[in-house]
Design a protein around this ligand. Structure first.
Ligand code: CTP
Ligand code: MG
Length: 236
């Protein structure tokens, strides 16, 4: 793994990458995080992106029985901790966090395996924001008008200016997010880890996200990837 262009990260920055979902909407022969995307498994892209930024170790939550497949996919990458994920994303995150306890990291990034590209400057912004808050998440503005829908009818308009699209990785002080996840157990499924932290009284800073963090979700996201992987045309 090359770390030559990575911004300096403080020591003790670990990650949990959740890769234990079924990827039903993507309709690939294997769960989407194991599908090939631009020549490599999606999961390998995600792990390499965090590793290149200096994040270590990386706990990867995977489906039961997928150890051999994943070990092969991640061959040659150091400091990986494999852990069996759970029935929900939240459970997979909780298991990943517990698996990092022996490493006692200061900071943890919680990231979806289905987001293959992670620009290092987003990680730098997230980690910098943790100086003032126990949590930080990357967000993007909403450009379309938003409405509240109910049974095929528009119920109300929503104030676009107040809304943000939330991405991963989300960054946390490790001790705080671990405590929040332990306290949440048994409660209903949370939307994301920032919600788990807030329910435990933690504040969450918003930093600029990046369109390149888009999550591969639908079948169409896996089409034409070779074409879009071509180098940009030089115009001058
Ligand atoms: N995930 C997980 N454990 C689960 C469910 C989801 O680790 N029990 C992970 C997925 O592997 C993915 C991330 O959480 O990297 C975001 O979830 P999503 O995009 O919804 O993926 P899936 O649940 O796998 O896809 P789908 O909802 O289409 O079935
Ligand atoms: Mg899902």
């Amino acid at each position: 793994m090359t770390q030559s262009h990575a911004p300096a990260l403080p020591a003790g920055c670990a990650a949990v990458i959740v890769a234990a979902g079924k990827g039903l909407r993507a309709g690939q022969p294997l769960p989407k995080q194991f599908a090939l995307w631009r020549g490599k498994p999606v999961l390998r892209h995600a792990v390499e992106a965090l590793g290149a930024a200096g994040v270590s170790p990386i706990a990867v939550a995977i489906p039961e029985g997928a150890d051999a497949l994943v070990s092969k996919m991640l061959g040659g990458i150091a400091d990986i901790v494999l852990v069996t994920g759970g029935a929900t994303r939240q459970e997979s995150v909780a298991r990943g966090l517990e698996a990092l306890a022996a490493h006692d990291p200061h900071t943890v990034l919680i990231h979806d395996a289905a987001r293959p590209d992670c620009p290092p400057d987003v990680i730098a912004r997230l980690v910098a924001a943790l100086a003032g808050h126990p949590g930080a998440i990357p967000v993007l503005p909403v450009v379309d008008s938003m409405v509240i829908a109910r049974e095929g009818l528009m119920e109300a308009d929503a104030k676009r200016e107040q809304l943000r699209r939330v991405q991963t990785p989300q960054a946390f002080r490790y001790a705080d997010i671990l405590a929040a996840h332990r306290a949440w157990q048994g409660a209903p499924e949370a939307g994301d880890d920032a919600q788990v932290l807030r329910a435990h009284g933690g504040t969450v800073a918003l930093v600029d996200g990046d369109e390149r963090l888009a999550k591969l979700t639908f079948k169409e996201d896996f089409v034409d990837q070779q074409a879009s992987a071509l180098p940009p045309v030089r115009t001058g």
